[in-house]
Design a binder for this molecule. Structure first.
Ligand SMILES: Nc1ncnc2c1ncn2[C@@H]1O[C@H](COP(=O)(O)OP(=O)(O)OP(=O)(O)O)[C@@H](O)[C@H]1O
Length: 426
């Protein structure tokens, strides 16, 4: 069994928005005194609103709320979420830069982190002095740091400025040095927040390569980036945060698919498919959108959706269409397969834009599933989106927690597909 290196239990962090006084000097002094002793703010209103899409009533925001999960030794974990989801807060808590409001974190091993630009560096000290300061904070001896020094300076690419105080550095230079220090010092865990947002593409590639090497050495990585392709290439597992809550934990493909589905995304019931990764396909006809009649789909309710396809090549008629939709379980095993072949229906693509309407009997237990969309015309694969759309079946499970194996999908449930012409209106 894999060894757990980080365990996070019911972790919550409440922030005050802006540093406004409490309204009385006595209360302000009480708050200051509590802070000084590392205690909770006595005026904190626990239970404050957290929906960032609405203007809250309170001065407080739960930056993280009741997060529990664990990370195995050697894992490379991608932390994904929209702006303000709580990603940086989680990394700050794990790096002990700030303390949790509630819950606890157990870490076995030393942590090296590159957080927001500037955190961990003293502005008046030179680059070199800061390298020693960071190493010392991590419990390394002077000679241990010296042994790594050349590599760190070389990687950062700022050798000429190494004796200049950090406050004179540009943002890019600070990030370069910060990453070089975090990645090269001996630590069991490397935490990196948005290093790719700053720096040119050469430096970005260098960072990814270095993290891949760190991972291959068996060290654990926690990585936050809005560049999802970088997250995908580096990480094996992923978590998705949304408004301070943990929404998904699993393999990185699942996390990215969940994020794509919820973020891109299902505005109302609709998901645009244009930006999703494709499997080897020609792309003269492409899946453009999926529109559910109801999303999330309720337990037991027929899954109804339409796929809207757009032709890139307006002249050609695409005949002998093989259209298939799979619903796969969390292990990517197919549990529902619907294809026109099995209905004895022959489709031809006769117009710029065509719709295919699906109705699938639903005996899936509540949870998340992956959908695969496939389209072939005359043995040429036109479009193939594999396991990137998350299908959520919601509702309580009538068998309670012990239903595994009782409610499952059939490979061929009752289903129907019909083709509808819909002319482009433009
Ligand atoms: N020091 C702070 N004081 C007050 N509120 C804070 C503080 N730090 C974070 N927050 C709030 O906590 C929430 C989560 O912020 P956080 O920076 O962790 O999100 P994030 O997912 O890293 O976002 P981004 O992708 O934009 O960096 C936000 O609503 C933010 O305003």
């Amino acid at each position: 069994m894999s060894e757990k290196i980080i365990e996070i239990e019911n972790l919550s962090k409440l922030y005050r928005l802006g540093d406004i006084g409490t309204g009385s000097l006595k209360n302000d002094v009480q708050r200051w005194w509590a802070k000084l002793r590392g205690k909770e703010d006595p005026f904190m209103k626990v239970g404050a609103e957290n929906d960032r899409s609405k203007k809250g009533q309170s001065d407080y925001v739960w930056s993280l709320k009741d997060i529990s999960f664990s990370i195995n030794k050697g894992d490379a974990l991608g932390i994904i979420g929209k702006n303000g989801a709580g990603k940086s807060t989680l990394l700050k808590l794990l790096s002990r830069v700030t303390a949790p409001t509630q819950g606890q974190i157990k870490i076995k091993g030393r942590v090296a982190s590159l957080l927001e630009v500037g955190t961990g560096f003293h502005p008046d000290l030179t680059g070199l002095e800061n390298i020693f300061l960071n190493g010392a904070i991590m419990g390394m001896t002077k000679s241990e740091i010296k042994a790594k020094l050349e590599e760190i300076v070389e990687f950062s690419g700022i050798a000429a400025y190494i004796d200049t105080p950090i406050k004179r550095y540009s943002t890019g230079m600070r990030v370069r040095l910060g990453f070089a220090v975090a990645a090269h010092l001996d630590s069991e865990i490397l935490i990196v927040d948005e290093v790719l947002a700053v720096g040119d593409s050469v430096f970005q590639k260098k960072c990814i390569d270095k993290m891949t090497k760190v991972r291959s050495e068996g060290r654990t990585i926690l990585f936050v980036s809005h560049q999802l392709s970088a997250v995908k290439s580096l990480c094996k597992t992923g978590v998705v945060l949304e408004n301070g809550k943990l929404r998904f934990q699993g393999d990185i493909d699942g996390a990215l698919a969940y994020y794509a589905t919820t973020n891109n995304s299902i505005k109302g019931q609709e998901l645009k498919l244009g930006d999703l990764d494709r499997h080897q396909s020609v792309g003269q006809i492409k899946f453009e959108r999926i529109v559910f009649e109801n999303y999330p789909v309720n337990f037991g309710e027929t899954i109804k959706f339409k796929l809207i396809l757009q032709t890139q090549d307006h002249e050609t008629l695409f005949s002998d269409i093989d259209m298939a939709v799979n619903i796969n379980d969390r292990n990517k095993s197919c549990i529902v397969h619907c294809a026109n072949k099995f209905l004895g229906k022959n489709f031809s693509h006769t117009d710029d834009q065509m719709e295919y309407h699906f109705e699938i009997e639903n005996n899936l237990k509540p949870g998340y599933y992956y959908m695969t969309l496939f389209l072939r015309s005359k043995d040429v694969i036109q479009d193939w989106i594999e396991d990137q759309i998350i299908l959520e079946i919601q509702g309580s499970n009538p068998y309670g927690y012990h239903s595994n194996g009782l409610i499952q999908g059939n490979v061929l449930p009752g289903f129907n597909i019909s083709q509808v012409n819909s002319k482009v209106l433009l």
